[in-house]
Write a protein of this length. Structure first.
Length: 139
């Protein structure tokens, strides 16, 4: 089992969402647990604190990242990663199959989906599937 805690504060940074300079802060907790040799579970919690230019709290943003990696064989992996973002009500799901078919050569099949729940209907926003092959040529 492994984990980390990170804290940060900036007295003046640009808030792109709101369009002004103001303080910002964050707190992050990450925990990872190797359940057995083939299953790895992780959980990441982020809290971003947005301040307004006057210094009072504008918004607290909680973002979760539960994840799982399963080793099917020593060279074949399945990974699930999600991001339920209740601050923006945009939720993401990512699935990844990766195969290490030769040393330093990989094939990836990825599926990503984003859903918008701002109206309470969990509407599909984007859906992407990608196949990628990375091969090391030795000359």
């Amino acid at each position: 089992m492994a984990g980390s805690i990170n804290l940060g504060y900036s007295s003046r940074s640009y808030n792109y969402r709101r369009g002004y300079f103001a303080p910002s802060a964050y707190a992050r907790l990450y925990v990872e647990w190797q359940v057995n040799p083939v299953l790895n579970l992780g959980f990441d919690v982020n809290n971003t604190i947005e301040f307004n230019p006057g210094g009072s709290v504008e918004k607290l943003n909680w973002i979760l990242h539960p994840q799982m990696q399963y080793t099917l064989r020593k060279d074949l992996f399945f990974r699930l990663w999600s991001e339920p973002n209740f601050a923006e009500d945009i939720h993401r799901l990512n699935l990844l199959f990766s195969w290490n078919f030769l040393p330093k050569s990989w094939a990836y099949l990825a599926y990503n989906e984003t859903r918008d729940n701002t109206e309470g209907k969990m509407k599909l926003k984007t859906r992407i599937a990608v196949l990628k092959v990375r091969y090391l040529f030795l000359i």
